[in-house]
Design a protein around this ligand. Structure first.
Ligand code: BES
Ligand code: ZN
Ligand code: ZN
Length: 512
């Protein structure tokens, strides 16, 4: 869907011009009293009486006021709670509440007034440097991400009407110095939100719109628009390269597989090379080891890893990030046509290693194996793969943390920090050597399932067999990419998780 534009400008509260002007109120009694007094002073003719009994500044609390004399038609008070608990995430949620109210009020133009500097200074210790820049990013992210809706297939004929679209969000400040920082933060938010919207659009698109060839086409379009290189390998080339996992999984489908290669800054290698690998199963029926019917439709989002990688490539290219970034996507459907992969089949992967297919529903690791092996060709400093890989990861961590495993503790620490900053949080699971025997096979180098327990970990143990001489981190986004219910600024469906996390890691990246 079209994304609202973000901007920043300097204005006073009463002269800010918007359909809805959001004003954050804090719960601390000294600040609260001052803020309410200030609003009553500036807006003398409020249609609704304002008192602590109707509004107290609690988190997520909102109240709409109709000022007579103001450039904005509606004034929206948004509670941010106590300053001692203020964080970037609270600001995202506050901005999200503002965007949602704007939607209910059918208001396309939203302005968000900067949080009171007095309150921000009180909360100063919770923030890193560039405080106003980060605050602006959080406000931009919260409002724009909350405004997302996958409605391209809704027509006016079925009664489920499209809601008013948010067209623009402005962050308003009274201070020229802060305006500079806020503008920077807003520009960053615009880019990462565009990447996240792209990822969400790809995830939410049905399987008859996004299949390997069309996914590749969408990657190529993004590359053309944002100036990164895209090469698409067809089935013949995939065969030549010996990618037996990707071929094996695709053989039950009428649609051919694709291997998508994206590259940013091909000639800038001095700051290091990072390869991102995204699982691109455009629909996962389970194959011959078929999944139950209930909830199977969600498996159109089994390409969320791929979506995150494409979104990240787009943002990295537009930001001109000074790293050599490569994105690899093995793309296929997992269906059960007459030629489908069967339990017991043995596949030979890109690096010559073999795997025994015990369950055709553990297909993600089979295609990632080829991509992880192929990644060696770039002599990368780091490889990160993202995959909706296991239901076991959702059992372990639910929807609030991505499962993280890997071979490099330092990168995992950095990812954890990026996760805290962006609130796309990750949580490490162990890769103790004892788990390795669970994926041993009698007839091949490795088996694609590890039995009943520790399913997220045994999947990673399988992948580890195929990595090259590089640092590697695996992110299992099965729980965080596919939302069963809306959550603050993440609507139900595809979350676009990974884009903000990876871009945060990359912008702080320094070659070791
Ligand atoms: N795509 C699924 C994992 C998944 C499940 C993602 C639920 C999102 C939500 C994956 O291909 C799969 O089916 N994994 C199996 C592995 C098992 C057969 C070892 C699983 O998790 O059940
Ligand atoms: Zn599966
Ligand atoms: Zn899958």
């Amino acid at each position: 869907m079209p994304i609202p534009t973000l901007q920043a400008y300097r204005s006073t509260l009463t002269s800010a011009k918007a359909d809805v002007l959001a004003y954050f109120v804090f719960e601390d009694s000294d600040i609260f009293k001052r803020q309410i007094r200030e609003i009553k002073r500036q807006f003398k003719d409020l249609s609704t009486p304002l008192s602590a009994t109707t509004f107290s500044g609690k988190e997520q609390e909102t109240q709409v006021l109709y000022p007579g004399h103001s450039a904005s038609r509606k004034l929206l008070l948004v509670g941010l709670g106590k300053t001692e608990k203020l964080s970037l995430e609270k600001l995202r949620r506050g901005a999200s509440a503002a965007a949602k109210s704007a939607r209910h009020l059918k208001a396309p133009v939203l302005a968000i007034f900067e949080p009171a500097p007095q309150a921000v200074m009180k909360a100063r210790p919770h923030f890193e440097e560039n405080i106003w820049e980060n605050i602006a990013t959080a406000l931009g992210e919260g409002s724009v991400l909350a405004a997302y809706k996958f409605d391209k297939y809704l027509t006016s004929s079925n009664g489920s009407k499209k809601t008013t679209r948010l067209k623009s969000v402005s962050v308003i400040t009274e201070d020229t110095q802060r305006l500079k920082d806020i503008s920077l933060g807003i520009a960053y938010a615009q880019l990462v939100c565009e990447g996240t919207y792209l990822a969400r659009d790809l995830e939410n698109a049905p399987g008859n719109e996004i299949f390997p060839e069309s996914l590749a086409r969408r990657a190529a379009e993004a590359g053309k628009k944002s100036r990164f290189q895209v090469t698409i390998l067809n089935e013949r080339k995939i065969k030549q390269l010996g990618m037996g996992g990707l071929l094996g999984v695709s053989q039950g489908s009428a649609k051919p597989p694709r291997f998508i290669i994206m590259e940013h800054n091909r000639s800038v290698k001095r700051k290091g090379t990072i390869v991102l690998v995204g699982k691109g199963v455009t629909f996962d029926s389970g194959g011959i080891s078929i999944k139950p019917a209930a909830g199977m439709a969600e498996m159109k989002m089994d390409m969320s890893g791929a979506a995150a990688v494409i979104g990240t490539m787009q943002v990295a290219a537009r930001m001109k990030l000074p790293v050599h970034l490569v994105g690899l996507i093995p793309a296929t459907e997992n269906l059960l046509g007459g030629a489908a992969l069967k339990p017991g089949d043995i596949l030979t992967h890109h690096n010559g290693k073999t795997s025994e297919v015990d369950n055709t529903d553990a297909e993600g690791r089979l295609i990632l194996a080829d991509a992880l092996s192929y990644a060696s060709k770039y002599k990368p400093d780091l490889v990160i793969d993202l995959a909706t890989l296991t239901g076991a990861c959702v059992v372990a961590l639910g929807h609030y943390a991505t499962g993280m495993m890997g071979t490099d503790e330092d990168t995992m620490k950095r990812l954890r920090e990026s996760g805290e900053r962006t609130y796309e949080r990750v949580w490490q699971l162990p890769m103790f050597e004892e788990y390795e025997k669970l994926v041993k096979s009698d007839v091949a180098d490795v088996k694609n399932v590890g039995g009943r327990w520790a399913g997220a970990i045994t999947a990673a143990m399988f992948l580890k067999k195929f990595i090259g001489e590089y640092k590697w981190v695996h992110l299992d986004i099965a729980g965080t990419a596919i939302m069963e219910e809306a959550q603050d600024y993440i609507p139900k469906g595809g979350s676009g998780v990974g884009v903000r996390l990876l871009i945060d890691l990359l912008r702080h990246w320094k070659k070791a």
